[in-house]
Ligand binder design. Sequence first.
Ligand code: SAH
Ligand code: SF4
Length: 337
Amino acid sequence: MRRDEIIKQLKNPDTSELFREADRVRKEQVGDGVHLRGLIEFSNACVRDCLYCGLRRSNRDVKRYQMSIDEIFETVQTAQKLGYRSVVLQSGENCQYPTDAMCGLLSKIKKEFNLAVTLSIGEKTREEYAAFKAAGADRYLLRFETSAEKLFSKLKPDSSYGQRMLCLQWLRELGFQVGSGIMVGLPGQAEEMIADDILLMEKLDLDMIGIGPFIANPQTPLNDAPSGTLDLTLKTLALIRIVTKNTHLPATTAMGSMDPQGREKALQCGANVLMPNVTPTMYREHYQLYPNKICIKDKPGDCWMCISGMVRMLGRVVAEDPGHSLKFSSRLFRGSY
Ligand code: SAH
Ligand code: SF4
């Protein structure tokens, strides 16, 4: 799709045809299977000060926690027992876990369980990424948040767009399955910028793309900013499906937090992945990137039941494989892998 066509669709209030086409492309490219990734939010400590995020270091109203390596391992074991074939280890950016400790954890997980492991722990050095890969990490999620450089610098004052892109390049070179994405409805983000984001996603040839509405957090400097809408987020999701074809696309928690039906709607206009929370209940209320996050009182088993029920209700099936990237064969074909 051309940029002007994407912009036209983003501005079009009538979504029925767009959503139908996205659902068709989803079925054709990735089928009816929905991949479940168990999300473990293992620490909310963060050295960064992103303006939008409740975990930013300047937020003194957060009770900080760090799960121990053993606790993280036990949580992964719970996920495996529940039936997950893949887990995502996510945290704020911090140095509480030395690279050696993380690598020890990763190799133990890979040795004992048959699970695909994704990391989502922010910007690191190339050497650290290489060590995680060598220890067994399969995938890495690092959203670029917005491709509008000025907006990026404003919202992430202690990071740089260039560095974020470099990290994504390193991850690709090191052989990770690479996930990235954006927030939709950021203050100052026009539809034209979202169109550029979508085209950048296509260019980066991402294996996974996670997007969600920006949700204003009262404990941040963006407390007064209007939140993004589910409507625009779903249009963006649908367009990403149509443009990037066989990418893994989650129906995210932020979508479900905006609207009780948010994730169901996303599954019907392009999404093929869900990331149920597996974090021990006692920590969940402290991992609030944004307010009113769903499932913070639930236990890991509750989320499995609820989510697998949701998948069946939609006439879809819980996929039984780990849901690796579908991009490898097309890259091989093009000779770029
Ligand atoms: N620290 C890591 C991973 C945790 S944050 C990182 O920043 O990469 C995971 C994602 O949460 C971010 O990439 C961002 O897109 C999203 N997020 C943070 N604050 C948010 C908010 N207020 N509304 C919606 N999404 C938010
Ligand atoms: Fe930290 Fe990530 Fe939140 Fe930024 S978005 S403050 S890096 S947890």
